[in-house]
Design a protein around this ligand. Structure first.
Ligand code: CA
Ligand code: CA
Length: 218
C-alpha cells in the first residue's frame, strides 16, 4: 500500500471518528436524592453485581435522545396496585419516599409502557425502590412492536438465572437498587412497547416501581 493511500485512509477514519463523537452526547438523567450511602455487605444473593463505588459514567446516545416514556400510558398485570397508581411510573418523580412508589402484587408481575410510536431506544433506566438497599428478582426487560409482545420481541435484560418467570434463563446479574436507578443499554433497538418484569425482592414478595425512563429518538 502506498504511503499516500495509508495517509488518505487514516484521514478518512479520523473524520469518521470525529463525526460519530460529535453526534453522541451524554443522556441527561435527573437523579433523586440518595437515601443510603455505600452498599450492604450482608446480602447473600447469588450472581450479585459488585457496586461500582463511584457515580455511573455518562451514557452516550445520539444528540436529541430524551426520555420518551415521560407521561406515557402504562398498563400492568396488576391494574389495581396495592399502593399508588400506575401513572406514577412515568411521571418523572423518582423520590424514594412514601407517595412516590407503586406497589404491585406478589410473584411475577409486569408493567408495559406504550411509547405511542416507534423509536430507536438507546437506554432504559428503572428505579424499583431505593429507600433501603434491595435486590429485585427476575428483572426482565423486553421491547416489541405490539402490546401483546408477539412481533419483534427483543430482550435487553434478564437476570432470571433459574427461569422461574418462564421467559428463559437470563445471564445478567442481580444488582442493588440505588438512587441512580439501573441503566440498561438498549443498543438503539426500534420498538413501541417496553415491558418490565420482576418477581419480588430480597425483602418481600411484592413488586415496586418508582419510575421507568426510556431514552430514545424518532
Ligand atoms: Ca415516578
Ligand atoms: Ca428467578
Amino acid at each position: 500500500m502506498s504511503l499516500r493511500k495509508i495517509f488518505t485512509i487514516t484521514l478518512f477514519s479520523l473524520a469518521a471518528i470525529s463525526i460519530s463523537a460529535q453526534d453522541m452526547v451524554p443522556i441527561k438523567i435527573d437523579l433523586p436524592e440518595p437515601m443510603f450511602v455505600g452498599t450492604p455487605t450482608n446480602l447473600s444473593i447469588p450472581n450479585l453485581e459488585k457496586p461500582l463505588g463511584e457515580p455511573r459514567p455518562p451514557f452516550l446516545a445520539p444528540k436529541g435522545t430524551s426520555n420518551i416514556a415521560l407521561g406515557k400510558s402504562i398498563s400492568s398485570t396488576d391494574e389495581f396496585p396495592i399502593i399508588g397508581e400506575l401513572e406514577m411510573i412515568t411521571d418523572g418523580d423518582k423520590d424514594a419516599d412514601e407517595g412516590y412508589f407503586v406497589e404491585l402484587g406478589p410473584f411475577t408481575q409486569h408493567v408495559t409502557v406504550d411509547l405511542e410510536k416507534q423509536y430507536n431506544i438507546y437506554a432504559l433506566v428503572v428505579w424499583h425502590y431505593h429507600k433501603q438497599p434491595r435486590v429485585y428478582f427476575d428483572v426482565i426487560v423486553q421491547m416489541a412492536d405490539d402490546p401483546d409482545f408477539t412481533t419483534n420481541v427483543k430482550t435487553i435484560f434478564n437476570n432470571d438465572i433459574d427461569n422461574s418467570s418462564g421467559l428463559g434463563k437470563g445471564s445478567d446479574m442481580h444488582y442493588v437498587e440505588t438512587a441512580e436507578g439501573k441503566l440498561i443499554d438498549a443498543k438503539g433497538v426500534k420498538a413501541r412497547f417496553v415491558r418490565l418484569y420482576s418477581k419480588g425482592n430480597n425483602s418481600n414478595d411484592l413488586n415496586h416501581y418508582i419510575e421507568v425512563a426510556v431514552y430514545g429518538k424518532e
